[in-house]
Design a protein around this ligand. Structure first.
Ligand code: AGP
Length: 610
């Protein structure tokens, strides 16, 4: 949670770069924000509660310049969302912004109070400002003082510091929280994530745990915590800057829903041969998984739902048993692991603390590890032995959409790969499955044409206070995902259920105030059964929205309130299609309700607390 930025270079650009960077990081937290600027050797701090807009308005009243500066957008952990708790935190001439949690802050705080430092906030971060100041006395240079301070800090952090003790430098360090340095021409940048710097430069260094970076206008020096030199590669990022703009769409969520055909295409590109049925994943040379006999998928939220669908795909195609684990629970139940287990950590951001901890647990237990993530060089990507990247591009809306469908595609390709390795499918079958995947972008495009129809549907249904989503087989995790989307962006209570479970309890909820979304692609397997569930809902006067790929649902028209027809496709790929109307429904209902679609209350895109 929280986004940090830093800049040193052109004094006329500084404020703009910081605010622009924070705008692109606002998805990481949006309770309060602030910047600190250094000009004429003196730091100046501006803070505001609420959305970044408030800070921008405040700053607009003071024309500002500064050779360098740091900025922060906050998702509160220690201390509520007040101005005094907003970052930067200050001690004498030193200002600090921080993303993470300082675990030993109470001990450090007591010690610093004994030394005479005064605390003004309820945050753990203020400790860092005072600790750095207390370490900087005597003969130590400012940089050495910062290193000295961080040798004493426990917990997770990405930190940027400026000080009148070194008025031409920004110093940064990290441990367990992401931080990148980007290098420009007589200017250098710092940020929690790539989108913040994308409009300005493409040369990026991903700092590693324990790195300390010193940025001035003309250079970047990286050392370890003891001051020893460290060499890090510069990577060139080829994301298009428009990927972090709304490009005429009203919200990122709707833009990202419409980007799904392209995201899926980008994720499949170069990863298979239609002729030979082969799947290519980087780092998979030498069949690393030929001996595994079990898979555990570890994930949270939408990534967890993708993993539940991945289970169907892998078990159907490769016949390897898959257990799907809620990452936050996994490490607390002494899981049984061995070297024939493959643990797959699934995470859009690659930073989710619960998933990251579960991955460590799996690794410590001797399992082989793989991650599926969207963020290059993210923590989870680096901590697993191998990684398969989804190429969804930056996902800014807090509600995950294109990350979900690209994760599903990766699971599908992985299933075909394992199916071949495990000799469960022959080359022809693999090629056929690949051909089905190739059709996806077009089918998704067709499904997106339902947008207007679903907007109308939303008008009819947005005033309901509860929703039930039901699915069977591979569609039941889609029901979970549909319900989660609606909850998070519209604040309407919604539940996802396996349709067959309805009669074991939830059926008691059904009356004419309960819309029920039935997800029923005609799979030839569970379809007939779900028609039975439909009648059960009807008999209790529930309102039915029926999502199907059946081209002759005429017989049903009298029994359902609305039919949404989606294109038919391979059963295992149907979730990539059936989820789209559910994403659109959640979006349009949220717009009608006037909620903050891209930044719903209480949420953050990246959840780095357990
Ligand atoms: C999805 O819409 C949510 N915002 C959330 O459930 C998310 O999927 C979850 O926090 C996991 O995030 P990750 O994929 O980045 O690990």
């Amino acid at each position: 949670m929280c986004g940090i930025v830093g800049y040193v270079g052109d004094r006329k650009k500084t404020v703009g770069v910081l605010l622009d960077g924070l705008t692109r990081l606002e998805y990481r937290g949006y309770d309060s924000s602030g910047i600190a600027l250094m000009d004429d050797g003196r730091p100046r701090v501006f803070k505001s509660t609420g959305k970044l807009e408030n800070l921008k308005k405040k700053i607009a009243k003071h024309p500002l310049e500064g050779l360098l500066g740091i900025g922060h957008t906050r998702w509160a952990t220690h201390g509520d969302s007040t101005e005094k708790n907003a970052h930067p935190h200050v001690s004498a001439g030193t200002s600090v912004v921080h993303n993470g949690i300082i675990e030993n802050y109470s001990e450090l705080k007591e010690e610093l109070i004994r030394k005479g430092f005064k605390f003004y906030s309820d945050t753990d971060t203020e400790v860092l400002a005072h600790l750095i100041e207390s370490c900087c006395g005597g003969d130590l240079s400012f940089e050495d003082g910062v290193r000295e301070a961080f040798r004493r800090v426990e917990g997770s952090y990405a930190v940027a510091v400026i000080s009148d003790r070194a008025p031409d430098k920004v110093i940064a360090t990290r441990r367990f929280s992401p931080l990148i340095v980007a290098t420009g021409d007589h200017e250098n940048y710092l940020a929690s994530d790539v989108p913040a710097i994308l409009p300005y430069c493409r040369n990026v260094i991903f700092l590693e745990d324990g790195d300390v970076a010193v940025l001035d206008k003309n250079s970047v020096t990286i050392t370890d915590i003891d001051g020893g030199p460290v060499k890090r590669d510069v990577q060139t990022i080829n994301w298009d800057p428009v990927s972090v703009e709304k490009c005429g769409y009203r919200h990122f969520m709707i833009k990202e829903i419409h980007e799904q055909p392209q995201a899926v295409l980008d994720t499949m590109r170069g990863r298979f041969s239609e002729e030979t049925g082969e799947i290519f994943f980087e780092g998979f040379e030498g069949s690393p998984y030929k001996d595994i006999n079990r898979i555990m998928a570890l994930a949270c939220g939408t990534s967890y739902h993708a993993s539940l669908i991945g289970k169907y795909m892998i078990e159907t195609i490769a016949r390897v048993p898959v257990q799907v684990e809620i990452a936050s629970e996994f490490r607390y139940r002494n899981p049984i692991l061995d070297k024939q287990t493959l643990a797959i950590a699934v995470s859009q951001s690659g930073e989710t603390a619960d998933t990251s901890e579960a991955l460590h647990e799996a690794r410590a237990g001797g399992a082989k590890t793989l991650s599926i993530t969207n963020v290059l060089m993210s923590k989870i990507a680096r901590d697993a032995e191998r990684v398969i990247y989804t190429h969804a591009g930056p996902e800014i809306g807090v509600a995950s959409t294109k990350a979900f469908t690209t994760q599903l595609l990766v699971f599908y390709l992985l299933s075909v790969y394992l199916g071949r390795v495990k000799k469960q499918i022959d080359r022809e079958k693999a090629a056929e499955l690949i051909r089905d995947a190739i059709r996806l972008p077009q089918l998704m495009q067709m499904t997106l044409r339902l947008d207007d129809e679903i907007k109308d549907l939303a008008k009819e249904f947005f005033h309901y206070r509860n929703f039930l989503y039901l699915g069977r087989g591979i569609s039941y995790p889609v029901a979970f995902e549909g319900a989660l989307k609606l909850k998070e962006v519209s604040y309407i209570h919604a539940e996802g259920y396996a349709a067959g479970e309805m009669k074991h309890g939830p059926i008691a909820l059904i009356d004419d105030e309960m819309p029920v979304v039935l997800i029923a692609p005609n799979d030839g397997i569970t379809y007939r059964k779900i028609l039975g569930n439909l009648q059960e809902v009807r008999a209790r006067r529930g309102k039915i929205i029926f999502l199907t790929s059946d081209t002759t649902p005429e017989e049903l028209r009298g029994s359902v309130d609305r039919v949404i027809e989606i294109p038919a496709c391979n059963y295992l790929l149907s979730p990539l299609i059936s989820v789209i109307p559910l994403q659109l429904l959640a979006y349009h209902i949220a717009v009608l309700k006037g909620t903050d679609v891209d930044q719903p209350r209480n949420l953050a895109k990246v959840v780095t607390v357990e």
